[in-house]
Ligand binder design. Structure first.
Ligand code: CP
Length: 290
């Protein structure tokens, strides 16, 4: 299948190439595809991924078809496959899809146009990971040997699962931390306050209450006290260490209000980089390389 479904499909060299292309675009390099049309199909809520894909498409001169799941024939029982097959038949040049089902794209094998995965269930969020990696690369100029701890609701997080796999492949030393009930053993476990003083990157996650089958065992106040990034914890971080978060953020839960935009936070830079990394991915696919 064409496009970008999972980062496991990309070699480390290809990932670095895409990051360098995104940095070139960020510095002002322009390329345009004025005859192309791409549809964005979001079956789950999204602010950053949906609208940064749309900004990326506009920056590339591509016409955006903003699919409305509520007004579409999905409500009449049409399948995902038949919906995407319809866009292909209409002459659309690619689709961006977010869906709550893990690996929804397995049922789209016969689709020939590029599919850009905007997140599938708890499994993959490839462009989020690429923008995270771009932000780390801009900061440190390398991946090998960097220590990163991903903190929070690991078991429900496609961002954690995608990043752990690719960061390890790129030579990073990856840990997880947070409440034991979210530990799915997807990386080495470290107590949060040990991670604070040892890591180059602390990546916080939102508690994904909407995906929980059972209520979290602690209150949000207790969560903030034990696992929240507070000003006191920021003071204990290494001098050049940074704070990341895929967002949306819950100020006062996983991150204190005043820390969200502190000097060590790269949260809004991640969002900016998301536009350029998505431009790079779409451009590379339309050039026939993805
Ligand atoms: N980081 C992220 O995927 O945010 P949205 O859910 O707002 O797209």
């Amino acid at each position: 299948m064409r496009g970008l479904l999972t980062l496991k499909d990309l070699s480390c060299d290809k990932i670095i190439e895409l990051i360098k292309y995104a940095i070139k675009l960020k510095k002002g390099f322009r390329i345009s595809y004025p005859d192309k049309k791409i549809a964005t199909l979001f079956f789950e809520n999204s602010t950053r991924t949906q609208y940064s894909f749309q900004c990326a498409l506009m920056n590339l001169g591509i016409k955006v078809i903003d699919f409305d799941t509520q007004l579409s024939s999905i409500a009449k029982g049409e399948s995902l496959y038949d919906t995407v097959r319809t866009f292909e038949a209409l002459g659309v040049d690619g689709v961006v899809i977010r869906h709550s089902k893990d690996r929804y794209f397995d049922e789209l094998e016969n689709i020939k146009i590029p599919i850009f995965n905007g997140g599938d269930g708890k499994a993959n969020h490839p462009t989020q990971s690429l923008l995270d990696l771009m932000t780390i690369y801009e900061e440190f100029g390398k991946f090998d040997g960097l220590k990163c701890c991903i903190v929070g609701d690991i078991s429900h997080s496609r961002v954690a699962h995608t990043n752990i796999e690719v960061m390890q492949r790129l030579g990073m030393d990856v840990y997880i931390s947070g409440p034991e009930e979210f530990n799915d053993n997807s990386a080495k476990w470290i107590p949060f306050d040990d991670a604070i003083s040892q890591m180059d990157v602390i990546m916080l996650l939102r508690v994904q209450f909407e995906r929980h089958k059972e209520k979290m065992k602690m209150s949000v106040e207790e969560y903030h006290e034990k696992y929240g990034m507070t000003s006191k914890r920021v003071e204990k971080m290494k001098e050049n260490a940074i704070i990341m978060h895929p967002a949306p953020i819950n100020r006062g839960v996983e991150i204190a209000d005043e820390v969200a935009e502190c000097e060590k936070s790269r949260i809004y830079k991640q969002m900016t980089n998301g536009v350029y990394i998505r431009m790079a991915v779409i451009s590379d696919a339309l050039d026939g390389n993805l």
